[in-house]
Design a binder for this molecule. Structure first.
Ligand code: HEM
Ligand SMILES: *[C@@H]1O[C@H](CO)[C@@H](O)[C@H](O)[C@H]1NC(C)=O
Ligand SMILES: *[C@@H]1O[C@H](CO)[C@@H](O)[C@H](O)[C@H]1NC(C)=O
Ligand SMILES: *[C@@H]1O[C@H](CO)[C@@H](O)[C@H](O)[C@H]1NC(C)=O
Length: 377
């Protein structure tokens, strides 16, 4: 299997060399896809990884996973966790990875539960990855993910605005104001100040998370004329506010109070603190959902978009944060077909396979009904 992946990688690299790089970004037409597949085959799609055999606490900043800063061609993006995992070699240090590698990395490196890991990774992959090569960039768009399927598919990587990446991030500016993927020191100062004011002993805890999340939304409502705060962004915005209080805290202490020093390591340095231990047990939806609900309840909101600064127009047709299955359906029936209106052949097959993996992740703890945008196989 490793040999086969290596072959595919070589094929992709060869193709990237053979074609001028702009050409590989244009998007293939159906004939070209067929030719590409005839020549190189389609990437093998491994099944999603199973839960860890040993999900106990573990030293994860260890000698086999040393921190090495990203090199000039290594890609990093908007997610502090994936950036850090790449810089410790839990993910390919290049920043281009398969979705199953991302699932394994977040389970192994941070002890994300298998279901949550699959929900994030396959959702992101379907919006930002390349279904033909089974590769995704954790940051900007890159020829390293191989030739694109036809437009309007984006294959934009995790930095692609308006897919998974969205407005009101805690440490990144809204795309309207600049680079939405890069760490922003001014916003991190706000993170520190909010933790000093609301968190226990100056830490980023659940109270600080609730205030910062609301502040970032109120700030964007006032200043960003193009703010979009609807499904699916609302669910990542709220879970990502909670995540650092869990996963960035050393599992030996596990008190849900993130020190500013540890936050600085992950968000800014993309580095685990020295001697860092992961969570003592896999953390799944059952544990995250009540925390997300708690910060929502402190400052409830309804999804909406700005029509100009300070003109937040509610969008009653988009599912609210509490409607998890509604958001799942919105992703599968609106967002993904927006990029793949009429997929055929191997492309459709690959999309359906990944859609099945995504449903497998939402099925266990949320009683959603599977939906099929491209028909059943
Ligand atoms: C499993 C696959 C994951 C994927 C595909 C993923 C993807 C992303 C993306 C696309 C963003 C940008 C959203 C935005 O702010 O616009 C993001 C942000 C974030 N992610 Fe991840 N993520 C994953 C796992 C994790 C894990 C395990 C953590 C654990 C702490 C985490 C923590 C965060 C945080 C804290 C942010 C917010 C950064 C900010 O608002 O400044 N992510 N992630
Ligand atoms: C508060 O934080 C300081 C360092 O910032 C630490 O030395 C002290 O032990 C903390 N106190 C409590 C009660 O957690
Ligand atoms: C979620 O995690 C909790 C606590 O570790 C565990 O008891 C429960 O069985 C897990 N649920 C699933 C569906 O994995
Ligand atoms: C799950 O959904 C099905 C169909 O909507 C329903 O009949 C069933 O009672 C639900 N189960 C739980 C545990 O909520």
């Amino acid at each position: 299997m490793a040999k086969f992946s290596a072959l595919i990688l070589i094929a992709v690299i060869r193709l990237a060399v053979a074609l001028p790089s702009y050409e590989s970004l244009v998007g293939l037409n159906e004939r070209e896809i067929n030719e590409y597949i005839a020549r190189h085959g389609v990437a093998e799609i491994p099944n999603p990884p199973l839960p860890l055999a040993d999900g106990s606490i573990k030293l994860v900043n260890n000698p086999s996973h040393p921190f090495i800063p990203a090199g000039p061609t290594d890609i990093r993006g908007p997610c502090p966790a994936l950036n850090t995992l790449a810089s410790h070699g839990y993910l390919p240090r290049s920043g281009v990875a398969r979705p199953d590698q991302i699932v394994t990395a977040v389970m192994e490196g941070l002890n994300l539960g298998n279901d949550f890991a699959k929900f994030l990774a396959y959702q992101a992959f379907l919006m930002n990855g390349n279904p033909l090569t089974n590769l995704m960039s954790i940051g900007m768009k890159t020829p390293g993910t191989g030739p694109d399927p036809p437009k309007p598919a984006l294959v934009g990587g995790l930095s692609q605005h308006g897919t998974f990446e969205g407005d009101t991030s805690m440490t990144r500016v809204d795309a309207f104001f600049g680079d939405q993927a890069v760490f922003n020191e001014d916003l991190f100062q706000k993170f520190i100040a909010t933790s000093a004011k609301f968190g226990f002993n100056g830490t980023y805890d659940i109270n600080a998370a609730a205030e910062l999340r609301n502040d970032r939304l109120q700030d964007s409502i006032k200043t960003n004329p193009q703010l979009v705060f609807t499904s699916p962004r609302i669910i990542s915005a709220y879970s990502e506010a909670v995540f650092p209080t869990i996963f960035f805290v050393d599992g030996r202490l596990n008190n849900r109070q993130l020190t500013i020093d540890a936050a600085r390591h992950f968000f800014d340095f993309q580095m685990m603190p020295a001697d860092f231990h992961r969570q003592p047990a896999p953390v799944n939806f059952t544990m995250v959902d009540p925390l997300t609900k708690a910060i929502f309840n402190k400052h409830p909101f309804s999804p909406g978009v700005n029509h100009g600064k300070n003109n937040f127009v509610l969008q009653p047709q988009t599912p609210p944060l509490a409607d998890f299955c509604g958001i799942y359906e919105d992703i599968v029936l609106r967002v993904i077909p927006g990029q793949y209106p009429r997929p055929h052949g191997v492309l459709r097959k690959a999309l359906n396979k990944n859609l099945g993996f995504l449903f497998g992740a939402v099925h266990a703890e949320h009683n959603c009904t599977q939906v099929f945008p491209f028909g059943r196989d």
